[in-house]
Design a protein around this ligand. Sequence first.
Ligand code: NAI
Ligand code: MG
Length: 498
Amino acid sequence: MAILNLSTDVQKFLSEPKKLFIGGEWVEPSSKSYFPVENPADLSHFAQVSTAVEQDVDAAVGAAKAAFEGEWSHVQPQERSKLMLKLADLIEADRENLAQIISLENGKPYTNAFHGEVTITANIIRYFAGWPSKIEGSTIPVSPRGGQKMLNYTTKEPVGVCALIVPWNFPLSMCAWKLGPALATGCTSVLKPAEQTPLSAIRLAELFAKAGFPKGVFNVLTGFGDRAGAPLAAHKDVDKIAFTGSTQVGRLIAQAAVGNMKKVSLELGGKSPNIIMPDADIIKAAKGSADGIFYNQGQVCTAASRLYVHESVLDQTLEELAKHAASHIVGPGLDPETTMGPLVSQAQHKIVTGYVDKALNEGAELICGGKVPSGLGDGYFMEPTVFLDKQEQACISKEEIFGPVLTVMSWHDVEELVFRANDSPFGLAAGVWTQNLQQAHTVAARLKAGSVWINCWNVVDPASPFGGYKQSGWGREMGKNVIDAYTETKSVFIDLSE
Ligand code: NAI
Ligand code: MG
């Protein structure tokens, strides 16, 4: 296998222990302790990163608060836009380096990191750069009881200091989903990237520093969930938390927010139902469904992990799915031939292989994959895997796996199908493959999910809201909806009576 050579910029970037980004400066962690970043393709330790603890959280939140109350509050909307556009340009100009860093720390194929994350990140920042001059209040025709002439208007003000806590599956674009609206609304933030993938966030901070924002508008604390994430989530000077990650930690975040009644938005797990109708274009549906589960090694909150296929087209669909699974080239993300990289960590690999063993014990039928591929060394690789669990009895048809493991089930009655699709604690995404317009709209309306994809999957756009029903989260990110999550609305009354 031919591994892509790292650029000289990336080599230089990785050669020194990475510090914390606080108040516009690179500072040593108060613990003086650093932790290694592991390459999941070969288990090598290729960088050292600061371990932030509570004292660093205090310093970063203090810097963010000072910037919020100080210099940043005087920056006009148009100027915020300009700075954000500059940041987007810097991200784009650094795209090869960023994509190499993402591929190294996360494992995903370089081209997916390049197009699926870096390009998208620049576009997200650009989308939000359009917002600062468009965040408007309204004038409201009120009817005061005393009959006075009264002017009432609203303003939208930035909520304050935001804690951005993000996971490892899309290490860079998850930062942008949160940093974009924070900057657009005039908030300041402290980012805590995942411990598995801290380097792309550090690189982002370097670009941020170059863009010319005032100091303290954006701060980055690398470290672990318990020692850095938890004190950040509980901090009394943090006004809002935006979190993406497990439902389990989402609950802890919500509890931590209660102390000072922080605003909270949560993007959590999923077990998304994907439905193939008997009239669907099966070739297209099977390809879309395979991509929907195997993209990013299946480590996607919206992974198309529960596939409901009409019994009349089950055999053909399984055949097509097996073909797509077999067509994947599993290998290191920096090998240009690779289409599926390793899972992110040993912990994730254990979860996924554990589910495969459990499914076999519970009687699910293995259609393809299911093994750790041989000949790839010690990396956390896993074959793209398809199980058939017609009657939906194995736990792989209910629980989030977060790996390249698809569970296929069959159905014959639409009423029963809709019930089964909605019978989940999650409600993040759902999909329908059909050529029947009436069916498409009717079923889409009945699915309890924040995103419904008809004849497509994983279409996400910065202009369109994203988020989950039920235990998949609180609130929506992206689009105009997210602006409310980062602002407070003030209602002003002025008595105009003489
Ligand atoms: P996690 O939820 O523990 O980690 C996400 C982020 O939260 C990381 O930055 C982590 O350091 C931080 N964190 C952890 N504990 C915290 C705490 N007590 N307070 C504040 N921050 C904390 O996810 P993990 O353990 O990496 O993965 C476990 C499972 O979660 C996966 O197998 C998958 O099922 C799910 N997951 C879902 C994601 C999504 O996009 N919805 C992303 C990552 C994981
Ligand atoms: Mg965890």
